[in-house]
Structure formats: structure tokens, C-alpha cells
Design a protein around this ligand. Structure first.
Ligand code: KG4
Ligand code: ZN
Length: 352
């Protein structure tokens, strides 16, 4: 089985082709991606209209290239999958319409994919991980802890009640005059800083749920910066190191709580999976590694290219759905909000 996957929910335009292996794993035959970071950088964040236009400009070229690199034509595919949300509605509609059009023209089944489900299932593409498992998804738009019990079967154990973790990194970077996206810049500066110089708060610590809150921490950082007589390299490094240390403590505490909730409701998870751009942070990765070892959990960290937004994860989610006979009607609507767990009522800052 071979599926084309299309991703346009945020600022990456991506198209990939993934093949199902006989042993149940997957092979990425082609994986094309174009990041729009440079186009949004001067605005300090993603501008939805610019993103949608850039998707229109590049998507057809990326799909053509993906097919060529996989040595395939549309006729060789078994289905077309496109991310239908959650995300920026203009961009989502570009990819979704393209996917439907290609499926219609080639007479192949169409699968509308939840972008969060694609992140959640990536560990099965890369590591063949079996259900059930615990997922920490931390990017610029999402911060969620999810029990992944099966295809289409998800329990949201925790979410952020305000900012996403990546968003907090980006905002702190902005306060310090560091470029966008801020996560990697804050991490770089933190390497030379003193994580104990500033005692920033650890919001939500030990609360009996697995939710996050980042806005109080962000405000504490802003106030501290305002109190500093000067903002030189040392101050920037110390603020970054102290901020990152607070985030690490919060992440580990929240994951620990989610693990407890998972075990109470669904038994032992087969692993802990980390996805999203924030999973690139070496401080967070190291702390999660220590935590997983202590908890006797297998830790799965997909390679960064498959942790951040990409087309292969959409194609793979298409494979997972198609092999269960789950496809979508051609009038499937784009969804700016689309929680993975319909029973989870609270909305993640309007983003999921
Ligand atoms: O998954 P992603 O590429 O895009 C979406 O947001 O969907 O995640 C990007 C986010 C940005 O907020 C970025 O600052 C953050 O991930 N990020 C990091 C690091 N690398 C990227 N945050 C902390 N440390 C990093 N090394
Ligand atoms: Zn994403």
C-alpha cells in the first residue's frame, strides 16, 4: 500500500509518499518539505494569509517532486491523505482541496487526517511502537499529553490552559531581542547561562491533573528582564537557562502526572513518545530520558525531521486509516479546531 500525504496546516508546505511494509511498519519513499520560516521571520510569527498564499505557490511542485522521487505516478497510489485540521484555515483548505482533487481525478480513496493524529502515530512509522502509549506533543501551536490507545482512539490527559511551550520559548526570545523562531535561540543562549540565577515559578507543579500553564512563567520572565539594569550576553544567557530549567521541571512533573493517570485508566503504556518542535530541545530530551529510565518506560524520540510538521506523518496516518477501511467523503470540511479526544471539552487556546 502506498499513500500520498499532504500537510499545509501551518507554515510548512509538505508532500510525502509512504509505503506499508509487510511487517506492518512503513518506508518513506519521498518526503518533500518547504519551510516558510524566512517569509514569516520579520513579523515575529506565522502570518496566516502569507502562509496560505505560499502553500498555493509551492504545493503542486512539491507533490510532483515527491511522486518523481518515489518513482511513482498517481495511478500507483492506493490513496491520497491530506491534513484537514486543526490549523490555520486558509492553509488547511489549500492542502485539503488539492488532496480531494487528486483523489477524484485518479479515482483513489481520500483520507482526511487530523494533524494531531498524524503526530501521534509517527512513532509507529519510525519505531513500530505498539499501542497503547503516552504521547507528549509540544510545538509552537500545541501542548498536549495524550493516551494513544489505537487508531482513532485517543484520551487527552492534559493540555495547556494558555500558551503552548514552543510559543513561550518564542515569546521569551522576543523579549530578549533574539530572532524567531526563538526555541533554538533560547536553548543556545541557555547553554552558557546559570539556571539558578533567577528563581522563576513552576506553574501547575504537583496539581492533580496533567495540564500546563505557561503564561505566568512568561510574565515572571518579563518582570525580571524589566528589573535588570542592563541586558548583556550574561544576563540573556542566565534568563534563558533559568527559564529553560523551569520549563524542564514543569514538563517532567506533568508527564509524571499523565503517566499516573494513564496507568489508572488504561494499564501500562508500551512507551513514551515525544513529538513537536520542542522535542528538539536537548535539555528537555535529557530530562525525559532520565525520567523514562527511572520509570521503566521505553522512550521514543522520532528524528527531528519527523517530530516537526512534515508530509510523511500525514501519509502514514493515511496508511493506518486505509488499512482499516477508514476513508473520508469528498465533502469533508476543513476544521480549524479538531480535538483528538472529543470528550475533552476544554479548548487549547483556540488551537486544538
Ligand atoms: O512542530 P513545530 O516545528 O511547528 C509547529 O509549531 O507546529 O514547532 C515549532 C516550535 C517553535 O515554537 C519553536 O520555537 C520550538 O518549536 N522549538 C524549540 C526548539 N526548536 C524548536 N523550542 C525549544 N527548544 C528548541 N531547541
Ligand atoms: Zn504539528
Amino acid at each position: 500500500m502506498r499513500v500520498l500525504g499532504i500537510e499545509t496546516t501551518c507554515d510548512e508546505t509538505a508532500a510525502a509518499i509512504v509505503e506499508l511494509r509487510p511487517d506492518g511498519g512503513g518506508i518513506v519513499l519521498a518526503d518533500e518539505i518547504l519551510s516558510q520560516t524566512a517569509e514569516h521571520a520579520r513579523f515575529g510569527g506565522v502570518v496566516p494569509e502569507i502562509a496560505a498564499r505560499a502553500h498555493i505557490d509551492h504545493l503542486d511542485i512539491l507533490i510532483t517532486r515527491a511522486l518523481a522521487n518515489a518513482g511513482a505516478t498517481l495511478a500507483d497510489l492506493d490513496g491520497v491523505a491530506a491534513a484537514a485540521g486543526p490549523g490555520l484555515i486558509g492553509g488547511v483548505m489549500v492542502g485539503l482541496t488539492m488532496g480531494k482533487g487528486l483523489a477524484l481525478a485518479s479515482g483513489k480513496p481520500f483520507v482526511a487526517i487530523n494533524h494531531l493524529e498524524a503526530h501521534a502515530l509517527t512513532a509507529r512509522l519510525t519505531d513500530g511502537l505498539e499501542f497503547p502509549y503516552l504521547l507528549l506533543l509540544a510545538s509552537g501551536g500545541h501542548t498536549q499529553l495524550i493516551g494513544v490507545l489505537g487508531v482513532g482512539d485517543y484520551r487527552r490527559l492534559g493540555t495547556t490552559i494558555d500558551d503552548a511551550i514552543g510559543e513561550a520559548f518564542d515569546k521569551v526570545a522576543k523579549m530578549l531581542g533574539l530572532p524567531y523562531p526563538g526555541g533554538p535561540e533560547v536553548e543556545k543562549a541557555a547553554d552558557h547561562g546559570d539556571p539558578e540565577r533567577f528563581a522563576f515559578p513552576r506553574p501547575m507543579l504537583r496539581r492533580p491533573n496533567a495540564d500546563f500553564s505557561l503564561s505566568g512563567l512568561k510574565t515572571a520572565v518579563r518582570l525580571e528582564i524589566g528589573r535588570l539594569p542592563s541586558l548583556g550576553q550574561t544576563e540573556i544567557a542566565d534568563v534563558c537557562a533559568s527559564f529553560q530549567a523551569a520549563v524542564v521541571d514543569v514538563v517532567i512533573d506533568r508527564v509524571q502526572m499523565a503517566l499516573r493517570m494513564f496507568r489508572e485508566k488504561s494499564g501500562s503504556p508500551k512507551g513514551l513518545v515525544v513529538a513537536g518542535g520542542v522535542a528538539a530541545n536537548t535539555g528537555i530530551r535529557a530530562a525525559l530520558r532520565r525520567f523514562a529510565t527511572q520509570s521503566g518506560l521505553r522512550l521514543v524520540l522520532p528524528p527531528p525531521r519527523l517530530c516537526t510538521d512534515n508530509g510523511a506523518m500525514i501519509a502514514w496516518a493515511g496508511v493506518e486509516r486505509l488499512r482499516l477501511g477508514l476513508f473520508s467523503p469528498l465533502d469533508f470540511a476543513a476544521r480549524p479546531r479538531w480535538p483528538l479526544d472529543p470528550s475533552a471539552e476544554r479548548v487549547n487556546n483556540g488551537k486544538a
